[in-house]
Write a protein that binds this ligand. Sequence first.
Ligand SMILES: Cc1cc2nc3c(=O)[nH]c(=O)nc-3n(C[C@H](O)[C@H](O)[C@H](O)COP(=O)(O)OP(=O)(O)OC[C@H]3O[C@@H](n4cnc5c(N)ncnc54)[C@H](O)[C@@H]3O)c2cc1C
Length: 473
Amino acid sequence: MNSSTRTIAIVGGGFSGTTVAANLLRTPNWGPARVVLIERTRGVARGIAYADRDYKYLLNVPAGRMSANPREPLEFLEFAKRRLPYATAEDFLPRALYGEYLEESLASAELSASAEVQLERMRAEVVEIRRGDDGVSLHLDTIDGRTIGADDAVLALGNPAPASLPMMDSLLSSPRYFEDPWAAPSSCRAGETVLLIGTSLTMADVVAATSVNCNDNVTIHAISRHGLVPPSQTAFRHAPCEGDSGALLREASFSVRRLMRSIRRLADNTQRQGGDWREAVTFVRSIAPALWGRLPLREKRRFLRHVRPYWDVHRHRLPQETLAQLEHMRLRGNLKIHAGRLLTFERSGDKVKVTWRERGGTKASKLLVDRVINCTGPEYNPHRSRDPLMHSLFAQRLASADPLGLGLRTSDNGALLDEDGRPADNLFYVGPQLRADYWEATAAAELRSHAERLALHLADATRRRAQQACHGA
Ligand SMILES: Cc1cc2nc3c(=O)[nH]c(=O)nc-3n(C[C@H](O)[C@H](O)[C@H](O)COP(=O)(O)OP(=O)(O)OC[C@H]3O[C@@H](n4cnc5c(N)ncnc54)[C@H](O)[C@@H]3O)c2cc1C
């Protein structure tokens, strides 16, 4: 490594950060460069989703569609078969195994990298990013007082914590309330009653783990506005639905109502022809960024207000095994799913008294529970973020949110847009907050393409700078 070595700091070593790093290491002829992958927790490649936990959570996407490498679509399946020889493309495999796969992909990318490109893994939490005196270079300050110098920084900060619910203020310091569902113990005392706020994927994870770890000796109430639970996945079909993307794009430029009518028609036709509505949803997902870009702002607002819960519940689906666990709990009376609105929370001895109202009803009901777990999912709105790094970016006007508060604004190559809408030269973002521009940006299938595109951009830009420096010398 010499003085012309470019330092690319990647903040966050979950799926997105690890995949950007692996792509950089695999790209030939662009160094010299030092790729510093900074992760605040122990080890990289796992993030919240693929951590090794005391319960074997399953992926909610079949193995054949979980490759982190768009050029090798069956890469994860091939990795899995080395551990589980009978694994098939349709299997829903453990999420911890997927974490191992990401670790291995990074290690093998590191081995294949040219001597000019080196990876450094660093355990640190970045709390502030500043520009140096030259106005270009970057200084990354960590929570323990270190400063890391970088030429480029990629923010891959991942899934933010769930929103703080205002009515929970009185419970915030209570050991009975878990704002972070992953910090809640998945075992319990016999006969406990638990309230889960939310009825989507996180709820399903918590119910599955609790039912196994507590031997069904627990009563779980799960409440959300609509009480919608994700349906099951079906077997992976190799003949995907071919919708008319041009027609859907035209409808999107008029209104969300027309768009949804066309999507429903597409799902009905797919079913009539012997297919499955899920294939229509997969097709719509494949063009979601273009559809989202076409919807006028007021129609996007309408979508978020009226359609989002229904889109989410059809798009985020559960493995049949997980759904069967939920059904088992439901049939035994251990799981009660409610559609309604939570009204108040009060401490009552060592329990929590909860008041809620059923959807469409007028009468309030009460529940006495032993613990409350927030399963509402990540709070993506950067303005509501409690992350010091996000605060620092906004305070320096280096980042901006979209008008709907869905995430961070970026340019086509992933550069952060500052408050005036100008793309940064050397500050990038990749991760679920790309939903601001792409709407669908949470799953591996979408994020792997963003990670690959960003790595190619960084490598190209480094190569071009080196050539310019050569010609200038
Ligand atoms: C529980 C769960 C299950 C999922 N299951 C699936 C699935 O089956 N299939 C699928 O396709 N998608 C799934 N997803 C979607 C998932 O969001 C993406 O696949 C992926 O995990 C997102 O990766 P990320 O790196 O952007 O975020 P994360 O995985 O959240 O990683 C971000 C990392 O950055 C670190 N970090 C954050 N801030 C800092 C900082 N300031 N300094 C240092 N480090 C920092 C965090 O510690 C974390 O490790 C799941 C998501 C969740 C939450």
